[in-house]
Design a protein around this ligand. Structure first.
Ligand code: F0G
Length: 352
């Protein structure tokens, strides 16, 4: 059995790389497609549900797929430094891949709204972290201008190589299932990933690797749902800080995916997100971050629309360990603290 070579090597023929492109990789990709039967049961018909657990990438999110491409191409072009705005995961991935490729990394994050694990990663990977007094949308405007005015490469998903790398998740799903799923459920923030998946499915369809395309359902947090409302949100708010975005950069692309796939956008409340988050962990043993759980929350919200016999894939974009605060804060009933270190006290606390 060949060891996994990382996604650029695995899918080289479908990616804009040449023999001379220096490949900066942490062997990302090849993440598991996990059946979630207890969740499928809640739909109540003969439906197969899988989660694409992209939280198992090297830095714990799907961003690694895009970053191996963006950083390899930046290195090929001779870049010395990269910059991004981020709700956290992009900054962690940019930092890891940039440093591995011998480049500087600058990341702008919304001050106070990035999960602890992501901040820890960006710092330890060696990025310069600039926490700005504004939200993600404002930070993205600033880095776009920075990249125009200074010799620094932008690695947000407006960099086309990011989506090229991220489309490989769709390839992996088809490679495992033998076809495209009937439905793809995906959390949507800046709308890069939904666009990347669609590119991947279309490309695989064109070369005959699958004979259908999925219906793509995009889910946004109710307090940050511009694509559902049809207009930007000035002050996005949600517990799912990864998708706390009011004006997605890939807006038009995402709308095109909706119409081409006959899909739709829906809003899920923070409560629905947290319910799905706990459900995935406590019934399936899959720990994702809150933003990722929006895909499962959304699927459950619109479950009556799923055709009987369908295969559904929910994308879990990030690892639960990214955001330990949210996990602990929403598990208080199970967490009994300050128990005396005595057998009797422990037994009593256990209900014996
Ligand atoms: N899920 C997670 C865990 C994310 O980190 C993001 C985006 C998304 C979903 C949404 O993906 O933006 O392509 O629609 N995170 C970006 C970041 C914004 O900076 O890490 P999208």
């Amino acid at each position: 059995r060949q060891p996994w070579p990382g996604l650029i090597e695995a899918y080289r023929e479908y990616l804009p790389v040449s023999e001379t492109t220096p490949v900066v990789t942490l062997l990302e990709g090849n993440t598991p497609l996990i059946p979630v039967p207890a969740i499928a049961e809640r739909i109540g018909r003969q439906v197969r549900v899988f989660v694409k657990y992209d939280g198992l990438n090297p830095t714990g999110s799907f961003k690694d797929r895009g970053m191996t491409m963006a950083i390899s191409k930046a290195k090929e072009a001779g870049a010395k430094a990269v910059i991004c705005a981020s709700t956290g995961n992009t900054s962690a991935a940019a930092a890891a891949y940039a440093r591995r490729g011998g480049m500087k990394a600058f990341v702008l994050i919304p001050d106070g709204y990035v999960a602890l694990g992501k901040l820890a990663q960006a710092l330890l990977y060696g990025a310069e972290v600039l926490a700005v007094k504004g939200n993600f949308d404002r930070a993205l405007e600033i880095v776009r201008e920075m990249a125009e005015s200074y010799p620094i490469t932008l690695v947000n998903s407006v960099n086309p190589y990011r989506l090229e790398g991220q489309k490989t998740a769709a390839f992996e799903i088809v490679d495992v299932l033998g076809n495209a799923p009937d439905w793809l459920c995906i959390p949507v923030g800046n709308a890069g990933n939904i666009s990347a998946y669609w590119m991947g499915f279309c490309q695989y369809h064109q070369v005959g690797k699958c004979d259908r395309l999925p219906t793509v359902m995009g889910f946004q947090a109710a307090g940050a749902a511009p694509l559902v409302n049809g207009q930007p949100v000035q002050h996005p708010e949600t517990v799912a800080t990864a998708i706390r975005i009011g004006n997605p950069a890939s807006w038009e692309k995402a709308v095109a995916v909706k119409s081409a796939s006959q899909g739709n956008f829906y809003a899920v409340t923070d409560e629905e997100i947290l319910d799905a988050y706990r459900l995935l962990a406590s019934t399936e043993g899959v720990f994702c971050e809150p933003a990722s759980a929006a895909s499962v929350a959304g699927m459950l919200q619109v479950k009556d629309q799923i055709p009987s016999g369908a295969t559904v894939v929910c994308v879990l974009t990030g690892n639960g360990l990214k955001d330990p605060d949210t996990a602990i804060k929403h598990s208080h009933s199970q967490f009994k603290q300050g128990i005396e270190a005595e057998l009797g006290a422990v037994a009593a606390a256990m209900g014996f």
